[in-house]
Unconditional design. Structure first.
Length: 141
């Protein structure tokens, strides 16, 4: 899938809000961990996907989606992360804020409204209950 709107190598910023916030997952995909800056996007929310442990981001007026802004080095890194996402994730351009009044355009992904529940996705809950399986580690008993 072509990256929407941002095609220069120095503009590969990606706002992530789910599994790609975890350095171990990023490292397993890219072989490195890019600069990750805490950030947020206005008028979106991160919700649980129906039947999945990972989330989707949807537009919600007045909403706030928290995540991280990744600084990618190449279009190839964007393509690896884009391939990691399921087909129902739609690449979009968002305005990601690093602090009040300081923002930049970034690529991100949204999902169809019909795919999410009404429950906000909890990063800590995912980390505690599901991250190990995404990293290929056996579950702890």
């Amino acid at each position: 899938m072509e990256s929407p709107g941002l095609n220069r190598a120095d503009n590969y910023r990606l706002f992530v809000y789910g599994t790609l916030q975890f350095p171990g997952i990023i490292h397993s995909l890219l072989g490195r961990v890019p600069i990750m800056t805490p950030s947020w996007v206005i008028d979106f929310e991160v919700r649980e996907l129906r039947g999945e442990s990972y989330p989707g981001m949807i537009p919600v007026s007045g909403g706030l989606a928290h995540g991280s802004l990744l600084t990618l080095e190449t279009k190839g890194e964007w393509e690896v992360l884009n391939d990691y996402e399921d087909d129902f994730y739609e690449p979009i351009v968002v305005e990601a804020f690093r602090s009040p009044g300081i923002s930049e355009q970034a690529l991100s992904f949204r999902v169809p409204l019909s795919m999410v529940t009404g429950r906000s996705w909890q990063k800590e809950e995912f980390e505690r209950n599901h991250l190990a399986s995404f990293l290929g580690d056996p579950p702890e008993n």
